[in-house]
Design a protein around this ligand. Sequence first.
Ligand code: RRO
Length: 307
Amino acid sequence: MIDATTRIGDVQLPNPIMTASGTSGHGAELDAYFPLAMLGAVVVKSLAAEPWGGNPAPRLRDVREGMLNSVGLQGPGVEAWLANDLPSLQRARARVVVSIWGRTIEEFEKAAAQLAGAADDIIAVEVNLSCPNLDGGAHLFAHDGRDTSSVVTAVVAAQSRPVWAKLTAHVTDVVAIASGAQDAGAAAVTVTNTLFGMAIDPNTRHYRLGSTAGGGGLSGRAIHPVAVRAVHDIHVALPELPIVGVGGVASGADAVELLLAGASGVQVGTATFADPRAPLQVLEELEQWCAARGVRAVTEIIGGVHA
Ligand code: RRO
């Protein structure tokens, strides 16, 4: 038996594998494929203080290297989610991480405040500072350490759960942004969101995605090495800051790479579109990887490349 437990700051999880926000809906959709309680946590798609309609179709595009999306933050808003979606996750006994977004600090604050009195099944709030699909990335707080700090400070003050800051590696210096999150009281950073991408149909000469400016977020296999590097560099510079690694994880070995780079948790996203059981498969392969190498506890390998 492998001891798969891990900690993201003060939050103890039975294992490091989670869903990535936006890739398994707002509720317990994946519970139809495997018990969601088997995962370390379920991270729900980002919610705003108010309902939001998202971007025009098409919103997804397979590319050779992975996937492009421009969903555009569609969601029911925090209050409707608490009433209509959280109960299914509670029935599934999932540990829930709620992702929130806003266009201004005040909007983040409002969404956070709506969560203040919510059930204990919510173990953390992931603050999405890095969605590439709102007005072509115009509200991307995680491009700047001070903007990141301002939002994290507001969310920490507005509610009492640990705050994970979701960053993007699509910046010059991700360490500076992570440092801004840490200084403001983030319990962890989650890295990386999707990277800015685009696809154009050579025949129609039009964008493949329906967003106004044609852009989207690139995820999947292509961005895995980018995620590994971002996790690695943040861990070197800020060794006390817990990191949740995300980007192109489709196997146990991919998860091991992020753990060795310094992540204490790993999210699985794009792989779930091809196989809804992907997060569980990654967990099983991680445990097999450990067993085959005499690793008795997953925590033994966290940051292992730096040893
Ligand atoms: O909804 C989206 O279009 C979206 C979000 Br919120 C995000 O954080 N990352 C992404 O690739 N898409």
